[in-house]
Design a protein around this ligand. Structure first.
Ligand code: HEC
Ligand code: HEC
Length: 403
């Protein structure tokens, strides 16, 4: 499984049937960075695309958010916003090139593409992005400020004259193989036998997101392929998303019930995996060793998977406990890759397996970031299969024939 799919699931989950006061553009961005079915390139959906040709519409807003965050500005730094003379609401004139910053931005996009096109071998990975130079500002220093204390050939005056030799390789902890890291992960969760004993999980907690979009959620997992999520959304009531194994799935809200589409089903499957004890779909994908990192205070080993479409997912496992701490995904686009991140925190024992009580999802567009905090997770609660069956829609009231 790739993270982008999980995130798409979450985004869909956040969006379905929930008629939040989304602006038009956030609705469009709802599909996340995933290229949805029938996702047209922006030169077909937009009016003034000169550089970003081939970028799927669903990736336009994530990329624009990345540009904004890289410079530490809002959309209106480059784009014209007007007041609708009739209603007084804001109207964006995205296609307008009136602002100089947009024109410079376009030139910078061309420059970034040129740099990467000709130097990718030397730049390593995915090359430079707007952030490489801008670091969250529109300007920033271009030369080291004087006076400098350490130069190319002279040490800091306070530094001891003899540099201590690097730790000999033998003293370093041995580097585990990807297989060992994965095995330790499964053991850290509780081991195969304990995982197999978990037939159902019922989780209660809250989902928190920006603009006070906080509400209670209840999640039920049964086996590997039955999943339901019930959100109690203020002013909108209960929204249920359900996956019923091979039978498909459905969505119910105050307006009624309907079958889930193929994209939605894929999203539900990925959501289910997010709450399962082992959070990497088995059989495990090919993973290669990607070094060591720090997540907060914790040392972690990193494994990396690259999907056929170039999406890079990194899994960071606690070097001490073996548990999965973080999952990051880089989704390539025609301009710069879009990052996403899931943090698993507050692991506690639940019926012999370790489950995270906090799951933090971070997106480049903060509107789609959210945190799930659970107050109660119960294993092996009897769950009737009926719960996953699609409720029959209320009988249609047929008007009485006039006599
Ligand atoms: C640093 C400048 C800059 C910022 C900030 C920026 N954009 Fe853009 N945007 C551009 C440029 C340049 C283009 C045109 C790209 C091209 O020609 O291919 C563009 C194009 C667009 C388009 C397509 C317009 C059309 O009809 O052709 C939309 C929509 C858009 N941006 C939305 C956003 C949103 C939403 C934000 C804030 C999250 C944002 N932009 C922030 C520079 C910027
Ligand atoms: C190789 C380094 C580099 C990269 C990569 C880069 N920029 Fe820049 N950018 C600069 C420098 C340097 C300036 C000039 C800053 C100044 O005037 O102090 C600048 C200026 C700008 C400005 C004008 C800011 C102002 O206040 O006038 C915009 C807008 C901009 N960049 C957008 C982008 C965007 C969007 C990207 C990514 C597509 C990007 N830049 C990538 C180095 C870079």
């Amino acid at each position: 499984m790739t993270l982008k799919n999980i995130l798409r699931g979450l985004c869909l989950a956040a969006a379905f049937g929930v008629s939040l006061p989304l602006s038009n553009w956030t609705r469009r961005a709802v599909a996340g960075t995933q290229q949805a079915q029938g996702d047209k390139p922006v030169e077909q959906t937009r009016k003034n695309i000169q550089v970003l040709k081939g970028l799927p519409e669903s990736q336009l807003f994530p990329v624009m958010n990345l540009v904004s965050v890289s410079l530490g500005v809002k959309c209106d730094f480059c784009h014209v916003k007007q007041k609708d003379p009739a209603g007084g609401a804001d109207v964006w004139v995205w296609e307008s090139d009136e602002k100089e910053h947009k024109r410079i931005g376009r030139q910078m996009m061309r420059m970034t593409l040129d740099i990467n096109k000709n130097n990718l071998d030397a730049l390593g990975g995915y090359g430079v992005t707007c952030y490489t130079c801008h670091r969250g500002t529109t300007g920033g220093p271009r030369l080291p400020p004087l006076p400098v204390t350490v130069s190319g050939h002279e040490d800091h005056p306070a530094a001891p004259s003899a540099t201590p030799s690097a730790t000999p390789a033998a003293a370093r902890p041995p580097r585990p193989t990807p297989d060992q890291i994965l095995q330790r992960y499964v053991e850290a969760v509780g081991g195969r036998a304990a995982v197999a004993k978990i037939q159902t999980v019922v989780m209660k907690g809250t989902r928190e997101a920006s603009q006070n979009r906080n509400w209670p959620v209840e999640i039920t997992l049964k086996g590997a392929d039955k999943f339901s999520l019930v959100a109690s959304v203020p002013q909108q009531g209960r929204i249920t998303q359900s996956l019923n194994g091979a039978q498909g799935g459905w969505i119910e809200n105050a307006r009624g019930v309907r079958e889930a589409t193929a994209d939605e089903l894929a999203a539900f499957r990925n959501s289910a995996l997010l709450y399962a004890p082992v959070k990497i779909r088995e059989p495990f994908p090919a993973l290669d060793f990607n070094g060591r990192t720090k997540i907060g205070e914790r040392d972690a080993w990193v494994l990396r998977a690259t999907s056929a479409d170039g999406v890079v997912t990194r899994y960071a496992f606690d070097a001490e406990t073996g548990l999965l701490l973080r999952q990051t995904t880089l989704t390539p686009t025609v301009l710069v890759p879009v990052p996403q991140q899931i943090d698993y925190e507050d692991y506690r024992d639940v019926g012999g397996v370790k489950l995270p009580f906090t799951i933090r999802i971070s997106e480049i567009d903060t509107f789609f970031s959210s945190t799930r905090k659970f107050t109660e997770i119960k294993p092996n609660v009897p769950v009737d299969d009926v719960q996953f069956h699609m409720p029959s829609p209320p009988p249609k009231v047929t008007p009485k024939p006039k006599s």
